[in-house]
Design a binder for this molecule. Sequence first.
Ligand SMILES: [Zn+2]
Length: 449
Amino acid sequence: MNMNHFTSETDLPFQAKLLSGCIYCSGTLPAKNHEHIFTSCWGGTHKTGQLICDTCNSAYSQIDNSFAPYTKYVMNAWQFKGQRHKEVPKIATETNYTIEKGAKPKRKSEVSFELQEDGGLRIRANVSSKSEARKLILNQKGLIEEKIGRKLTDDDVEKIHDHIRNSAFVEEAVGALDVEETLCIRDEYRSAAHTLIKCMALFDPQTASSELMSQVRDFARYDRGNWEYFALEASTVVSFVGQINSLEVKYNSAEIYYSRLLGKIIGVITILGRVKRWMVLSGTYSGPDQILFVFERINSGGRLESMRLSARSHLQPIPLIQTNFKHPTFEQFYLEISVLAQDSVAFDAPYADLISSADKLRKEFTVVDEDCLNEFTRIYLDYLKTLASTVDSKFYPQEMRRQIWELGFTELLTRFHNVSLNEPEIQEKLFYPFTTLMERVTKNAKKAE
Ligand SMILES: [Zn+2]
């Protein structure tokens, strides 16, 4: 597809006031409760009372959570939460660990007592430190006394202290993540449909409320029809989020393709930059080729970005997307979760750490100088070392350091000394050696395979 075939408009005006009533039931608007365009469960903040009545809105509170089995990994690794969540989601593993925010494994603390044949007491503690062991064990004084059938003497307590002091830690593997999840694919697609309908209704209320969309509206709102009918796998050659680093997760988006060639309207949502759901929104479409794009960065204070591409000519239909119209299988959904789980721990969490360290350095140094560049070199090397071990690639710190400077830090120091780190050009030059080396490390790993 050639972009020359399209005209584009950005920052489209909201058209929702053209709706005569609720998009689902024609009920009275504006609603008392404002509705999120991208649900707050995914970090969405933009709200409006112009699309959906209060009754219909309340029907979705359950469904909106249906992507939690996927999004919890992304949110855990990047350490953020949805507006309604109390804290960053934690993740269970199959062994005695939980994954705390930032993909940090934490052992579940546990202590057990077992009376031996010789009358001695065997104490086992699953803890992360000796002081924790001390606390846990001595908290159970009553239980210990019950087991040994007498009061603990000061001498006994002193012995326990001695044992803890001299005991050795046995390391155990964190173990596989527990990815057993109950998925409700049907609710996922209803939630996806609801989001796509809202996005369309904001900028193209005529189509969103028309007969063309009645089936998908009934599916989203009243649970009529099968998800298999609406769900499909597809891909597009247009990349709206191309300007965003592919590692970035902090956005939700909706793309709606009005395709003359396929005679259908097809939409896709992208949740937190990772989870995509494609679906047929209308099976009968004969209007001009068009693409509507709606995008929201999370925690952006509710700013929605939008873009519309319209075909210049009506003569030749343009292939906008590729699809075989097959819906994904259950195996694919489970595979998707296990890939998300692995990637979030292995790649996203260290990357999120790096981004937050880089933000700190920018605040601390404010301008380019040698100390600042040395600090950036250090955090880049830290990350690359983790990456290299994850992808099983060799890591040569000296060589990597040399390359970071060759790829731009030397130039930064000589030509941009004392220039503000907030200059876009400086930010780009600061980041370039990192992304280049990241690619090299990953590529080397592939070669080694
Ligand atoms: Zn309604």
